[in-house]
Design a protein around this ligand. Sequence first.
Ligand code: KIV
Ligand code: ZN
Length: 513
Amino acid sequence: MRKIYIFDTTLRDGEQSPGVNLNTPEKVEIAHQLERLGVDRIEAGFPAASPGDLAAVHAVAKAVKNASVIGLSRSREQDIDAVREALKGAQDPCLHLFLATSPIHRQYKLRMDKDQVRDTARSAIRYARKYFDKVEFSLEDAGRTELDFIAEMTKMAIEEGAYVVNLPDTVGYLTPYEYGNIFKYVKDNVPGVEKVQLSAHCHDDLGMATANALAAILNGADQVEGTINGIGERAGNTALEEVAMALETRQDFYGAKTSFTLSEIARTSRLVSKLTGMVVPGNKAIVGANAFAHESGIHQDGMLKEKSTYEIMTPETIGLKESKLVMGKHSGRHAFREHLIELGFELDEEAVNRAFTKFKVLADKKKEVTDDDLFALLEERLADTPEFFQLDSLFVSFDSESEPTARVRLSTIDGSVREEQSSGNGAVDSIYNAIDKASQEEVTLSDYSIKAVTQGKDALGEVHVALTQEGITAQGRGVSTDILEASARAYVDSLNRLVEKRKTGRRDNIPMI
Ligand code: KIV
Ligand code: ZN
Protein backbone atom coordinates (compact mmCIF):
# COMPACT_ATOMS: atom_id res chain seq x y z
CA MET A 1 0.00 0.00 0.00
CA ARG A 2 1.39 3.46 -0.95
CA LYS A 3 1.96 5.80 2.00
CA ILE A 4 0.76 9.38 1.56
CA TYR A 5 2.61 11.83 3.79
CA ILE A 6 0.42 14.32 5.61
CA PHE A 7 1.69 17.89 5.95
CA ASP A 8 -0.54 19.75 8.34
CA THR A 9 -0.66 23.52 7.95
CA THR A 10 -3.47 24.28 10.43
CA LEU A 11 -1.02 26.42 12.42
CA ARG A 12 0.11 28.42 9.36
CA ASP A 13 -2.33 28.48 6.41
CA GLY A 14 -5.17 27.63 8.83
CA GLU A 15 -4.20 30.51 11.07
CA GLN A 16 -4.44 32.77 8.01
CA SER A 17 -8.24 32.38 8.22
CA PRO A 18 -9.66 35.86 8.80
CA GLY A 19 -9.88 36.63 12.52
CA VAL A 20 -8.10 33.50 13.72
CA ASN A 21 -5.27 34.10 16.14
CA LEU A 22 -3.68 31.34 18.13
CA ASN A 23 -1.32 32.22 20.92
CA THR A 24 1.77 30.16 21.68
CA PRO A 25 0.27 27.72 24.24
CA GLU A 26 -2.69 27.12 21.92
CA LYS A 27 -0.36 26.34 19.03
CA VAL A 28 1.55 23.90 21.22
CA GLU A 29 -1.69 22.28 22.38
CA ILE A 30 -2.85 21.78 18.79
CA ALA A 31 0.60 20.53 17.75
CA HIS A 32 0.49 17.86 20.49
CA GLN A 33 -2.93 16.76 19.29
CA LEU A 34 -1.65 16.63 15.69
CA GLU A 35 1.11 14.31 16.91
CA ARG A 36 -1.53 12.08 18.52
CA LEU A 37 -3.45 12.12 15.27
CA GLY A 38 -0.32 10.91 13.49
CA VAL A 39 0.47 13.68 11.01
CA ASP A 40 3.95 13.37 9.53
CA ARG A 41 4.78 17.07 9.22
CA ILE A 42 3.57 20.14 11.07
CA GLU A 43 3.94 23.61 9.56
CA ALA A 44 4.04 25.73 12.72
CA GLY A 45 4.03 29.24 11.25
CA PHE A 46 5.90 31.97 9.42
CA PRO A 47 8.73 33.10 11.72
CA ALA A 48 9.73 36.19 9.71
CA ALA A 49 6.26 37.69 10.17
CA SER A 50 6.95 38.97 13.69
CA PRO A 51 8.95 38.13 16.83
CA GLY A 52 5.71 36.69 18.29
CA ASP A 53 5.33 34.30 15.34
CA LEU A 54 8.98 33.28 15.63
CA ALA A 55 8.57 32.54 19.34
CA ALA A 56 5.42 30.48 18.68
CA VAL A 57 7.18 28.36 16.03
CA HIS A 58 10.11 27.88 18.41
CA ALA A 59 7.81 26.66 21.18
CA VAL A 60 6.17 24.15 18.81
CA ALA A 61 9.59 23.01 17.55
CA LYS A 62 10.72 22.27 21.09
CA ALA A 63 7.48 20.53 22.08
CA VAL A 64 6.96 18.19 19.11
CA LYS A 65 8.82 14.87 19.20
CA ASN A 66 6.97 12.65 16.73
CA ALA A 67 6.63 14.79 13.62
CA SER A 68 8.82 17.01 11.49
CA VAL A 69 8.34 20.72 12.33
CA ILE A 70 8.35 23.17 9.45
CA GLY A 71 8.73 26.94 9.20
CA LEU A 72 7.58 28.94 6.17
CA SER A 73 9.92 31.35 4.42
CA ARG A 74 9.83 33.65 1.43
CA SER A 75 12.78 33.23 -0.93
CA ARG A 76 14.96 35.66 1.04
CA GLU A 77 17.92 35.15 3.33
CA GLN A 78 16.41 37.10 6.28
CA ASP A 79 13.34 34.85 6.25
CA ILE A 80 15.48 31.71 6.08
CA ASP A 81 17.53 33.00 9.02
CA ALA A 82 14.32 33.57 10.99
CA VAL A 83 13.32 29.93 10.40
CA ARG A 84 16.80 28.77 11.46
CA GLU A 85 16.35 30.64 14.71
CA ALA A 86 12.82 29.38 15.24
CA LEU A 87 13.61 25.72 14.57
CA LYS A 88 16.65 25.54 16.87
CA GLY A 89 16.26 22.41 18.98
CA ALA A 90 13.66 20.79 16.69
CA GLN A 91 13.94 17.01 16.43
CA ASP A 92 13.33 16.96 12.67
CA PRO A 93 13.40 20.53 11.27
CA CYS A 94 12.36 21.46 7.76
CA LEU A 95 12.34 24.76 5.87
CA HIS A 96 9.45 25.54 3.54
CA LEU A 97 10.49 28.03 0.86
CA PHE A 98 8.14 29.49 -1.69
CA LEU A 99 8.13 31.78 -4.70
CA ALA A 100 5.28 32.51 -7.10
CA THR A 101 5.66 31.18 -10.62
CA SER A 102 2.47 32.04 -12.56
CA PRO A 103 2.43 34.75 -15.26
CA ILE A 104 -0.02 36.84 -13.21
CA HIS A 105 2.14 36.74 -10.09
CA ARG A 106 5.36 37.24 -12.07
CA GLN A 107 4.02 40.33 -13.83
CA TYR A 108 1.97 42.07 -11.12
CA LYS A 109 3.26 40.88 -7.78
CA LEU A 110 6.92 40.07 -8.24
CA ARG A 111 7.66 42.16 -11.36
CA MET A 112 10.12 39.47 -12.43
CA ASP A 113 10.55 37.52 -15.63
CA LYS A 114 10.94 33.73 -15.69
CA ASP A 115 14.74 33.84 -15.48
CA GLN A 116 14.63 36.10 -12.44
CA VAL A 117 12.09 33.85 -10.72
CA ARG A 118 14.20 30.76 -11.41
CA ASP A 119 17.44 32.43 -10.29
CA THR A 120 15.92 33.91 -7.12
CA ALA A 121 14.51 30.53 -6.13
CA ARG A 122 17.78 28.77 -6.96
CA SER A 123 19.83 31.13 -4.76
CA ALA A 124 17.31 30.79 -1.91
CA ILE A 125 17.31 26.97 -2.02
CA ARG A 126 21.11 26.96 -2.24
CA TYR A 127 21.40 29.23 0.80
CA ALA A 128 18.78 27.22 2.71
CA ARG A 129 20.50 23.90 2.00
CA LYS A 130 23.61 25.15 3.85
CA TYR A 131 21.56 25.02 7.05
CA PHE A 132 18.76 22.52 6.44
CA ASP A 133 18.89 18.89 5.33
CA LYS A 134 15.23 19.12 4.46
CA VAL A 135 13.99 21.92 2.22
CA GLU A 136 10.56 21.93 0.61
CA PHE A 137 10.14 24.29 -2.31
CA SER A 138 6.67 25.53 -3.32
CA LEU A 139 5.82 27.03 -6.69
CA GLU A 140 3.14 29.42 -5.46
CA ASP A 141 0.19 29.56 -7.90
CA ALA A 142 1.55 26.53 -9.77
CA GLY A 143 -2.09 25.90 -10.74
CA ARG A 144 -1.96 28.88 -13.14
CA THR A 145 1.64 28.38 -14.25
CA GLU A 146 2.72 27.18 -17.72
CA LEU A 147 3.39 23.41 -17.58
CA ASP A 148 6.86 23.72 -19.12
CA PHE A 149 7.83 26.37 -16.53
CA ILE A 150 6.57 24.11 -13.71
CA ALA A 151 8.81 21.37 -15.10
CA GLU A 152 11.78 23.76 -15.37
CA MET A 153 11.35 25.02 -11.79
CA THR A 154 10.92 21.46 -10.45
CA LYS A 155 14.09 20.37 -12.22
CA MET A 156 15.97 23.34 -10.74
CA ALA A 157 14.67 22.53 -7.21
CA ILE A 158 15.82 18.92 -7.58
CA GLU A 159 19.28 20.03 -8.77
CA GLU A 160 19.60 22.29 -5.72
CA GLY A 161 18.67 19.46 -3.33
CA ALA A 162 15.06 20.13 -2.33
CA TYR A 163 13.44 17.03 -0.83
CA VAL A 164 9.81 18.00 -1.50
CA VAL A 165 8.46 20.03 -4.42
CA ASN A 166 5.01 21.42 -3.77
CA LEU A 167 2.69 22.40 -6.61
CA PRO A 168 -0.10 24.47 -5.04
CA ASP A 169 -3.42 25.45 -6.52
CA THR A 170 -3.10 28.66 -4.51
CA VAL A 171 -6.33 30.26 -5.67
CA GLY A 172 -8.49 27.11 -5.84
CA TYR A 173 -9.07 27.50 -9.58
CA LEU A 174 -8.42 24.07 -11.05
CA THR A 175 -10.63 21.05 -11.65
CA PRO A 176 -9.47 17.63 -10.43
CA TYR A 177 -8.70 16.60 -14.01
CA GLU A 178 -6.45 19.64 -14.59
CA TYR A 179 -4.74 19.45 -11.21
CA GLY A 180 -4.03 15.72 -11.56
CA ASN A 181 -2.61 16.42 -15.01
CA ILE A 182 0.06 18.74 -13.58
CA PHE A 183 1.42 15.86 -11.49
CA LYS A 184 1.30 13.50 -14.43
CA TYR A 185 3.15 16.04 -16.60
CA VAL A 186 5.89 16.56 -14.00
CA LYS A 187 6.27 12.80 -13.45
CA ASP A 188 6.56 12.22 -17.20
CA ASN A 189 8.77 15.18 -18.11
CA VAL A 190 11.18 16.04 -15.30
CA PRO A 191 14.43 14.08 -15.25
CA GLY A 192 15.32 12.95 -11.72
CA VAL A 193 11.77 13.44 -10.44
CA GLU A 194 12.05 10.17 -8.49
CA LYS A 195 14.57 11.93 -6.18
CA VAL A 196 11.89 14.21 -4.69
CA GLN A 197 8.49 13.85 -3.12
CA LEU A 198 5.76 15.75 -4.96
CA SER A 199 3.23 17.53 -2.83
CA ALA A 200 -0.35 18.76 -3.36
CA HIS A 201 -1.60 21.95 -1.68
CA CYS A 202 -5.12 23.02 -2.62
CA HIS A 203 -7.52 25.79 -1.71
CA ASP A 204 -11.28 25.39 -1.68
CA ASP A 205 -12.52 28.47 -3.57
CA LEU A 206 -14.62 26.32 -5.92
CA GLY A 207 -15.24 23.56 -3.37
CA MET A 208 -12.74 21.19 -5.02
CA ALA A 209 -9.81 21.19 -2.58
CA THR A 210 -10.26 17.61 -1.39
CA ALA A 211 -11.13 16.28 -4.84
CA ASN A 212 -8.05 18.01 -6.27
CA ALA A 213 -5.76 16.56 -3.58
CA LEU A 214 -7.13 13.07 -4.31
CA ALA A 215 -6.62 13.61 -8.05
CA ALA A 216 -3.00 14.54 -7.30
CA ILE A 217 -2.58 11.30 -5.32
CA LEU A 218 -3.93 9.30 -8.26
CA ASN A 219 -1.34 10.99 -10.47
CA GLY A 220 1.69 10.40 -8.27
CA ALA A 221 1.66 12.95 -5.40
CA ASP A 222 3.49 11.62 -2.35
CA GLN A 223 2.32 14.26 0.10
CA VAL A 224 -0.92 16.17 0.77
CA GLU A 225 -0.95 19.51 2.56
CA GLY A 226 -4.05 20.72 4.32
CA THR A 227 -5.68 21.68 7.57
CA ILE A 228 -8.02 20.22 10.16
CA ASN A 229 -11.65 21.12 9.38
CA GLY A 230 -10.38 22.65 6.11
CA ILE A 231 -9.78 26.07 7.68
CA GLY A 232 -7.49 28.49 5.87
CA GLU A 233 -7.20 31.54 3.60
CA ARG A 234 -10.52 32.57 2.01
CA ALA A 235 -12.59 29.38 1.50
CA GLY A 236 -9.93 27.30 3.23
CA ASN A 237 -7.62 24.41 2.39
CA THR A 238 -7.99 20.70 1.77
CA ALA A 239 -9.56 19.16 4.90
CA LEU A 240 -7.08 16.49 6.00
CA GLU A 241 -9.70 14.40 7.79
CA GLU A 242 -11.54 14.12 4.46
CA VAL A 243 -8.43 12.90 2.64
CA ALA A 244 -7.61 10.37 5.38
CA MET A 245 -11.17 8.99 5.46
CA ALA A 246 -11.48 8.92 1.66
CA LEU A 247 -8.28 6.87 1.44
CA GLU A 248 -9.47 4.60 4.26
CA THR A 249 -13.02 4.10 2.98
CA ARG A 250 -12.01 3.75 -0.68
CA GLN A 251 -8.80 1.76 -0.26
CA ASP A 252 -10.08 -0.45 -3.08
CA PHE A 253 -9.85 2.56 -5.42
CA TYR A 254 -6.86 4.58 -4.22
CA GLY A 255 -4.61 1.80 -2.86
CA ALA A 256 -3.00 4.35 -0.55
CA LYS A 257 -3.16 5.26 3.12
CA THR A 258 -2.03 7.85 5.64
CA SER A 259 -0.52 7.24 9.06
CA PHE A 260 -3.51 8.81 10.83
CA THR A 261 -4.84 7.30 14.03
CA LEU A 262 -8.37 7.71 12.73
CA SER A 263 -9.98 7.56 16.16
CA GLU A 264 -8.28 10.89 17.01
CA ILE A 265 -10.06 12.76 14.19
CA ALA A 266 -13.13 13.90 16.16
CA ARG A 267 -11.10 15.14 19.08
CA THR A 268 -8.66 17.02 16.83
CA SER A 269 -11.50 18.64 14.95
CA ARG A 270 -13.18 19.74 18.17
CA LEU A 271 -9.95 21.16 19.63
CA VAL A 272 -9.14 23.14 16.47
CA SER A 273 -12.68 24.47 16.25
CA LYS A 274 -12.61 25.58 19.88
CA LEU A 275 -9.21 27.21 19.86
CA THR A 276 -9.69 28.97 16.51
CA GLY A 277 -13.32 29.88 17.15
CA MET A 278 -14.20 28.54 13.69
CA VAL A 279 -17.43 26.61 14.08
CA VAL A 280 -17.66 23.40 12.03
CA PRO A 281 -20.81 23.50 9.84
CA GLY A 282 -23.32 20.77 10.73
CA ASN A 283 -23.18 19.28 7.25
CA LYS A 284 -19.36 19.26 6.99
CA ALA A 285 -18.07 15.90 5.70
CA ILE A 286 -16.66 13.56 8.37
CA VAL A 287 -16.68 15.97 11.35
CA GLY A 288 -19.96 17.92 11.02
CA ALA A 289 -22.56 17.29 13.73
CA ASN A 290 -24.90 15.75 11.12
CA ALA A 291 -22.30 13.65 9.33
CA PHE A 292 -23.59 10.48 10.99
CA ALA A 293 -27.18 11.59 11.74
CA HIS A 294 -30.07 9.91 9.95
CA GLU A 295 -33.25 11.98 9.82
CA SER A 296 -35.72 10.54 7.33
CA GLY A 297 -37.93 7.59 8.27
CA ILE A 298 -36.75 5.55 5.32
CA HIS A 299 -33.10 6.04 6.26
CA GLN A 300 -33.77 5.27 9.94
CA ASP A 301 -35.62 2.12 8.98
CA GLY A 302 -32.71 1.04 6.76
CA MET A 303 -30.18 1.77 9.51
CA LEU A 304 -32.11 -0.33 12.01
CA LYS A 305 -32.21 -3.25 9.60
CA GLU A 306 -28.62 -3.01 8.41
CA LYS A 307 -26.26 -0.06 9.04
CA SER A 308 -24.44 -0.39 5.74
CA THR A 309 -27.62 0.60 3.89
CA TYR A 310 -26.94 4.26 4.60
CA GLU A 311 -23.59 4.42 6.42
CA ILE A 312 -20.29 4.09 4.56
CA MET A 313 -18.16 4.86 7.65
CA THR A 314 -18.89 4.40 11.32
CA PRO A 315 -18.79 7.27 13.84
CA GLU A 316 -16.62 5.08 16.10
CA THR A 317 -13.87 5.03 13.44
CA ILE A 318 -13.26 8.75 13.88
CA GLY A 319 -13.53 8.49 17.67
CA LEU A 320 -17.10 9.71 18.15
CA LYS A 321 -18.58 8.28 21.30
CA GLU A 322 -21.79 8.91 23.18
CA SER A 323 -21.11 11.80 25.54
CA LYS A 324 -20.74 9.85 28.79
CA LEU A 325 -22.18 10.92 32.07
CA VAL A 326 -19.06 11.63 34.09
CA MET A 327 -19.57 12.49 37.69
CA GLY A 328 -21.49 14.63 40.05
CA LYS A 329 -20.62 16.97 42.84
CA HIS A 330 -19.56 14.13 45.14
CA SER A 331 -16.86 12.84 42.81
CA GLY A 332 -13.33 13.00 44.17
CA ARG A 333 -10.19 14.60 42.78
CA HIS A 334 -8.52 11.24 42.09
CA ALA A 335 -11.38 9.90 39.94
CA PHE A 336 -11.56 13.26 38.18
CA ARG A 337 -7.86 13.21 37.38
CA GLU A 338 -8.06 9.61 36.04
CA HIS A 339 -10.98 10.62 33.85
CA LEU A 340 -9.05 13.56 32.37
CA ILE A 341 -6.20 11.21 31.45
CA GLU A 342 -8.71 8.87 29.82
CA LEU A 343 -9.99 11.83 27.77
CA GLY A 344 -6.44 12.57 26.62
CA PHE A 345 -5.67 15.70 28.64
CA GLU A 346 -2.11 16.01 29.90
CA LEU A 347 -2.33 18.50 32.75
CA ASP A 348 0.15 19.23 35.49
CA GLU A 349 -0.92 19.12 39.14
CA GLU A 350 -1.73 22.82 39.30
CA ALA A 351 -3.86 22.68 36.15
CA VAL A 352 -5.72 19.60 37.48
CA ASN A 353 -6.49 21.52 40.66
CA ARG A 354 -7.79 24.52 38.72
CA ALA A 355 -9.89 22.24 36.51
CA PHE A 356 -11.24 20.40 39.55
CA THR A 357 -12.37 23.67 41.14
CA LYS A 358 -14.17 24.61 37.92
CA PHE A 359 -15.73 21.15 37.74
CA LYS A 360 -17.06 21.45 41.31
CA VAL A 361 -18.61 24.85 40.54
CA LEU A 362 -20.25 23.38 37.46
CA ALA A 363 -21.43 20.24 39.26
CA ASP A 364 -23.18 22.47 41.77
CA LYS A 365 -25.11 24.22 39.00
CA LYS A 366 -25.72 21.33 36.66
CA LYS A 367 -27.21 17.95 37.50
CA GLU A 368 -25.26 15.93 35.00
CA VAL A 369 -21.71 16.69 33.93
CA THR A 370 -20.79 14.96 30.68
CA ASP A 371 -17.58 14.51 28.74
CA ASP A 372 -18.64 17.33 26.40
CA ASP A 373 -19.04 19.66 29.38
CA LEU A 374 -15.56 18.74 30.55
CA PHE A 375 -14.05 19.39 27.13
CA ALA A 376 -15.72 22.81 27.04
CA LEU A 377 -14.54 23.70 30.54
CA LEU A 378 -11.00 22.55 30.05
CA GLU A 379 -10.51 24.07 26.66
CA GLU A 380 -11.85 27.45 27.76
CA ARG A 381 -8.59 28.54 29.29
CA LEU A 382 -6.46 25.55 28.44
CA ALA A 383 -4.00 27.88 26.83
CA ASP A 384 -3.66 30.73 29.24
CA THR A 385 -3.31 34.25 27.90
CA PRO A 386 -1.93 36.76 30.42
CA GLU A 387 -4.90 38.22 32.24
CA PHE A 388 -4.48 41.93 31.61
CA PHE A 389 -8.13 42.16 32.69
CA GLN A 390 -10.03 39.81 34.94
CA LEU A 391 -13.81 39.78 35.36
CA ASP A 392 -14.45 40.00 39.10
CA SER A 393 -18.19 40.52 39.08
CA LEU A 394 -21.12 41.14 36.79
CA PHE A 395 -24.56 42.51 37.52
CA VAL A 396 -27.23 42.84 34.82
CA SER A 397 -30.69 44.29 35.12
CA PHE A 398 -33.22 43.57 32.40
CA ASP A 399 -36.93 44.08 31.95
CA SER A 400 -38.81 44.28 28.68
CA GLU A 401 -40.03 47.87 29.30
CA SER A 402 -36.74 49.72 29.76
CA GLU A 403 -33.13 49.75 28.57
CA PRO A 404 -31.02 46.99 30.15
CA THR A 405 -28.08 48.07 32.30
CA ALA A 406 -24.96 46.26 33.38
CA ARG A 407 -22.35 46.87 36.05
CA VAL A 408 -18.98 45.15 35.83
CA ARG A 409 -15.94 45.04 38.04
CA LEU A 410 -12.61 44.31 36.35
CA SER A 411 -9.24 43.96 38.00
CA THR A 412 -6.18 44.72 35.92
CA ILE A 413 -2.81 43.00 35.80
CA ASP A 414 -1.22 45.89 37.75
CA GLY A 415 -3.63 45.38 40.63
CA SER A 416 -6.13 48.20 40.07
CA VAL A 417 -9.86 47.55 40.30
CA ARG A 418 -12.30 49.35 38.01
CA GLU A 419 -16.07 49.31 38.31
CA GLU A 420 -18.32 50.77 35.59
CA GLN A 421 -21.97 50.78 34.66
CA SER A 422 -23.60 51.21 31.25
CA SER A 423 -26.81 50.67 29.36
CA GLY A 424 -27.23 49.22 25.88
CA ASN A 425 -29.74 48.05 23.32
CA GLY A 426 -29.74 44.58 24.84
CA ALA A 427 -28.33 42.84 27.90
CA VAL A 428 -25.18 41.71 26.09
CA ASP A 429 -24.67 45.16 24.58
CA SER A 430 -24.92 46.79 27.99
CA ILE A 431 -22.32 44.36 29.41
CA TYR A 432 -19.97 45.09 26.53
CA ASN A 433 -20.38 48.87 26.93
CA ALA A 434 -19.60 48.57 30.63
CA ILE A 435 -16.50 46.43 29.95
CA ASP A 436 -15.33 48.96 27.33
CA LYS A 437 -15.54 51.74 29.92
CA ALA A 438 -13.79 49.71 32.61
CA SER A 439 -11.01 48.42 30.36
CA GLN A 440 -10.49 51.83 28.71
CA GLU A 441 -9.83 49.99 25.44
CA GLU A 442 -11.45 51.18 22.20
CA VAL A 443 -12.49 48.08 20.30
CA THR A 444 -15.03 47.03 17.69
CA LEU A 445 -17.04 43.85 18.10
CA SER A 446 -16.55 42.09 14.76
CA ASP A 447 -18.11 38.71 15.55
CA TYR A 448 -20.32 37.10 18.18
CA SER A 449 -21.67 33.56 18.23
CA ILE A 450 -23.27 31.38 20.86
CA LYS A 451 -24.00 27.68 21.05
CA ALA A 452 -25.10 25.12 23.60
CA VAL A 453 -22.43 22.55 24.47
CA THR A 454 -24.91 19.87 25.53
CA GLN A 455 -28.68 19.53 25.56
CA GLY A 456 -31.14 20.55 28.25
CA LYS A 457 -32.10 23.70 30.13
CA ASP A 458 -28.95 23.62 32.23
CA ALA A 459 -26.61 23.15 29.25
CA LEU A 460 -23.33 25.03 29.15
CA GLY A 461 -23.40 27.97 26.74
CA GLU A 462 -20.25 28.66 24.77
CA VAL A 463 -19.71 32.13 23.34
CA HIS A 464 -17.13 33.18 20.75
CA VAL A 465 -16.32 36.85 20.30
CA ALA A 466 -13.97 38.65 17.90
CA LEU A 467 -12.74 42.16 18.68
CA THR A 468 -10.81 44.48 16.37
CA GLN A 469 -8.58 47.40 17.22
CA GLU A 470 -6.46 49.29 14.68
CA GLY A 471 -6.20 46.37 12.27
CA ILE A 472 -5.58 43.73 14.93
CA THR A 473 -8.29 41.12 15.47
CA ALA A 474 -8.45 38.72 18.38
CA GLN A 475 -10.94 36.02 19.25
CA GLY A 476 -11.97 34.96 22.69
CA ARG A 477 -14.30 32.42 24.19
CA GLY A 478 -16.27 31.99 27.37
CA VAL A 479 -18.22 29.10 28.85
CA SER A 480 -20.88 29.19 31.55
CA THR A 481 -24.30 27.81 32.37
CA ASP A 482 -25.41 31.45 32.08
CA ILE A 483 -25.15 32.95 28.60
CA LEU A 484 -24.66 36.51 29.86
CA GLU A 485 -21.73 35.42 31.98
CA ALA A 486 -20.34 33.38 29.06
CA SER A 487 -20.70 36.49 26.86
CA ALA A 488 -18.82 38.65 29.36
CA ARG A 489 -16.07 36.06 29.78
CA ALA A 490 -15.63 35.71 26.03
CA TYR A 491 -15.32 39.49 25.66
CA VAL A 492 -12.72 39.78 28.42
CA ASP A 493 -10.79 36.81 27.01
CA SER A 494 -10.79 38.47 23.59
CA LEU A 495 -9.57 41.77 25.12
CA ASN A 496 -6.71 39.93 26.82
CA ARG A 497 -5.69 38.30 23.57
CA LEU A 498 -5.87 41.61 21.73
CA VAL A 499 -3.61 43.31 24.26
CA GLU A 500 -1.20 40.36 24.14
CA LYS A 501 -1.14 40.51 20.35
CA ARG A 502 -0.50 44.25 20.40
CA LYS A 503 2.34 43.80 22.89
CA THR A 504 4.03 40.92 21.05
CA GLY A 505 3.65 42.61 17.68
CA ARG A 506 1.84 39.67 16.04
CA ARG A 507 0.27 40.66 12.75
CA ASP A 508 -2.80 39.55 10.84
CA ASN A 509 -1.71 40.51 7.36
CA ILE A 510 1.61 38.98 6.46
CA PRO A 511 2.96 40.29 3.15
CA MET A 512 3.50 37.16 1.08
CA ILE A 513 6.02 38.66 -1.37
O1 KIV B 1 -1.43 28.47 -1.14
C1 KIV B 1 -0.20 28.57 -1.27
O2 KIV B 1 0.34 28.66 -2.37
C2 KIV B 1 0.61 28.60 -0.05
C3 KIV B 1 2.09 28.58 -0.25
C4 KIV B 1 2.80 29.44 0.72
C5 KIV B 1 2.56 27.16 -0.21
O3 KIV B 1 0.10 28.55 1.03
ZN1 ZN C 1 -2.04 27.89 0.85
